[in-house]
Design a protein around this ligand. Structure first.
Ligand SMILES: *Cc1c(COP(=O)(O)O)cnc(C)c1O
Length: 228
């Protein structure tokens, strides 16, 4: 399958789901996750018109950025270490994984511009390492007011790796409810209107539950360096 074939299938599914739940597909940004694939395959993706790209590791991101640069909007979707913030901060448009004040502080110190961030929430509690607990999120976001380069545009989560679609749906629904709670605070540094949720296996459910940013890797570009 070419990347274009894959993208057309994804677009068709996005349209179908949007129709079902009466959403406008213009509200949904597809982020092409290129972490598994080569620069050649990434170029093939860009040629289809996708210009929002996601990487989850600093080294791999910098490698891709070297040859692709500002032809893409870069989304940092993985855990960012405080000491690496300075290496990526002026090259990325959006950070999807903010969950520590130490990282916010580095963003604030190192960035020349305001950076759009999603706060990562560990709704499923499957992986204890990444994301805040739901009950920590409001206080964390209130504390981010101290860092004027950080703008919280929404919340991000990863669903658990399970078959049960209803259990996945519950995770996405809880993130949407939490987003509503934060948005109702009308904090000027945290409009928090967006939802980054949904990957290859579950983006249909995520869209049904309100996703505005879906992060798709394997279904779009394949998951190995030999561009299956
Ligand atoms: C790898 C990754 C994705 C994409 O995963 P696929 O299942 O291949 O679509 C999305 N989000 C994050 C945070 C990732 O690390």
């Amino acid at each position: 399958m070419t990347v274009l074939d894959n993208l057309q299938q994804i677009h068709a599914k996005v349209e179908q789901v949007c129709e079902k739940v009466k959403r406008n597909s213009d509200e949904i940004t597809i982020i092409g996750v290129t972490k598994y694939v080569t620069i050649e395959r990434t170029e093939e993706l860009i040629a289809t018109g996708i210009n929002n790209l996601g990487e989850n590791r600093t080294e791999e991101f910098l490698h891709k950025y070297d040859s692709i640069g500002e032809r893409a909007n870069w989304h940092f979707i993985g855990t960012l270490q405080s000491r690496k913030v300075k290496d990526v901060i002026d090259k990325v448009q959006v950070i999807h994984s903010l969950d520590r004040l130490s990282v916010a502080k580095q963003i604030n110190n190192r960035s020349t511009e305001t950076i759009d961030c999603f706060v990562q929430v560990n709704v499923s509690r499957e992986d204890a390492k990444h994301g805040l607990e739901e009950d920590e999120v409001l206080e964390f976001i209130q504390e981010l007011e101290a860092f004027d380069k950080v703008r919280v545009i929404g919340l991000m989560t990863m669903a658990p790796h399970i078959e049960d679609k209803e259990e996945i749906r519950v995770v996405f629904r809880r993130l949407a409810q939490l987003r509503d709670v934060i948005a109702s605070e009308t904090l000027s540094h945290a409009p928090c209107t967006q939802l980054s949720m949904g990957m290859s296996n579950d983006y249909d459910i995520a869209i049904e539950e309100g996703a505005t940013h879906i992060r798709i890797g394997s279904e779009l570009v394949g998951s190995t360096n030999d561009s299956r």
